[in-house]
Design a protein around this ligand. Structure first.
Ligand SMILES: Nc1nc2c(ncn2[C@@H]2O[C@H](COP(=O)(O)OP(=O)(O)OP(=O)(O)O)[C@@H](O)[C@H]2O)c(=O)[nH]1
Ligand SMILES: [Zn+2]
Length: 382
């Protein structure tokens, strides 16, 4: 009897839910349920007061964004898009798309999304923020970062600049004289950070450019853009101007090569802004991160920090160097020893390629100097 009752119950259940829930639907209905739950949260917030609503909705959106949902703070039209130009302790200076600067705090939930708190916001970040007054605001969301210049300290990545489109490696043909080995080092850093480098050889008005052609040809054959400029006579300034338009560019280069003069040639007063920022940094005014983004009238911006200007071979290990040089890279796997450093080992495919002029001898020489220097450093750190 009891058995008959149970089977009737099962039949009734099947009849009731037939066509609504099938076995394979479980996951989908679960997701729908979740979305409904989120919609309920949003609706509940909607009745809790306008200001509160927008704030909480954004938090929900951020969480959804993290989990890959299409819903995001980007859909909240009351938020302004902007770029972080500098970070000072807990406050960030943001340039809104409306052309105004805002001192912004960061929504707590965003901080909790990042383990490395000091990197929650860095210069160059694209954010959406709520203007709380004509000069203050609250950052509600951060867009995913593109090219990043960073270094690792004690196993943690320290981001110095975000959304870097180009690393402009500025050198001078004379006064100070050209140092191709320094270009190689900066190229290595660009490769390491995954940021596109552009080599600028400034002060070409002071030299005969013909002898430089073969060196430039080697860089060009490796896919690197090389630009000869003169801030003095205006050679290629138009090209440089076009390159920087709408891009975020980091500058690297020794003192005196003409960084400020080139920026002034592109936009009068810009070089001055850069020098002033560097002075501020030296006085320790920018405490959390020294990097500053200097907006260009043409829409792009340049990063400036003494750190980037003189940055060295951060975080690169001696055995990583050949992999970061596009001319050496194709040969490394053909060496007899898998841990070959291409210095004194036999049956080294890299050295064979140098001997046959398949690799430029000057570039290989640079490689040897860099690796030897790193080996000494690694030895002393042991
Ligand atoms: N002949 C010539 N001189 C230049 C050119 N560009 C810059 N200079 C000169 O080089 C000197 C250094 O130029 P800056 O623009 O101050 O160099 P910088 O790289 O900004 O130097 P730091 O601020 O020390 O990093 C100045 O005397 C400039 O006038 C150029 O294309 N040709
Ligand atoms: Zn080798």
């Amino acid at each position: 009897m009891a058995k008959k009752k149970r089977s009737k119950q099962r039949a009734d259940f099947r009849k009731k839910y037939q066509g609504r829930v099938r076995k394979g639907d479980m996951t989908r209905s679960f997701q729908i349920g979740d979305q409904e739950k989120l919609a309920d949260i949003v609706n509940a917030e909607r009745v809790s007061g306008k200001g509160e609503l927008t704030r909480k909705r954004t938090v929900t959106s951020q969480t959804l964004e993290e989990s890959g949902s299409e819903m995001s703070a980007a859909t909240d039209e009351s938020l302004l898009p902007g770029r972080v130009v500098s970070v000072h302790g807990l406050k960030s200076k943001v340039l809104g798309e409306n052309g105004q600067f805002y001192e912004c705090a960061v929504r707590q939930v965003l901080k909790s999304l990042n383990i490395e708190q000091r990197n929650v916001i860095v210069a160059g970040d694209r954010v959406r923020f709520r203007a709380e007054s004509p000069v203050d605001g609250m950052i509600e969301s951060i867009e995913p970062r593109g090219g990043v210049i960073s270094r690792t300290s004690r196993g943690r990545q320290h981001v110095i600049a975000a959304n870097v489109d180009y690393l402009l490696i500025i050198t001078s043909a004379a006064q100070p004289g050209l140092k191709p080995a320094l270009i190689d080092r900066f190229l290595l850093t660009a490769e390491h950070c995954g940021v596109e480098p552009v080599v600028v050889i400034n002060k070409v008005d002071l030299i005969d450019p013909v002898p430089l052609q073969s060196m430039i040809g080697v860089f060009a054959s490796l896919g690197y853009r090389v630009l000869m400029t003169s801030a003095e006579t205006g050679v290629n300034i138009k090209y440089l101007h076009a390159l920087l338009t709408e891009k975020q560019t980091a500058l690297a280069g020794q003192s005196g090569v003409g960084k400020s003069s080139l920026l002034n040639a592109i936009e009068p007063g810009l070089g001055l802004a850069v020098s002033n920022v560097s002075l501020d940094n030296e006085k320790g005014r920018h405490t959390t991160t020294a990097t500053t983004l200097i907006p260009l009238a043409v829409g792009g911006a340049v990063f400036d920090t003494p750190g980037i200007r003189q940055f060295q071979l951060w975080d690169i290990a001696s055995n990583e160097v050949s992999g970061l040089m596009p001319d050496l890279r194709p040969y490394v796997s053909a060496c007899r020893y898998p841990d070959c450093l291409h210095l004194n080992e036999d049956a080294c495919a890299v050295k064979n390629a140098v001997a046959d002029s398949r690799i430029d001898a000057r570039r290989y020489d640079s490689y040897c100097h860099i690796v030897e220097e790193l080996l000494i450093e690694e030895g002393s750190n042991r």
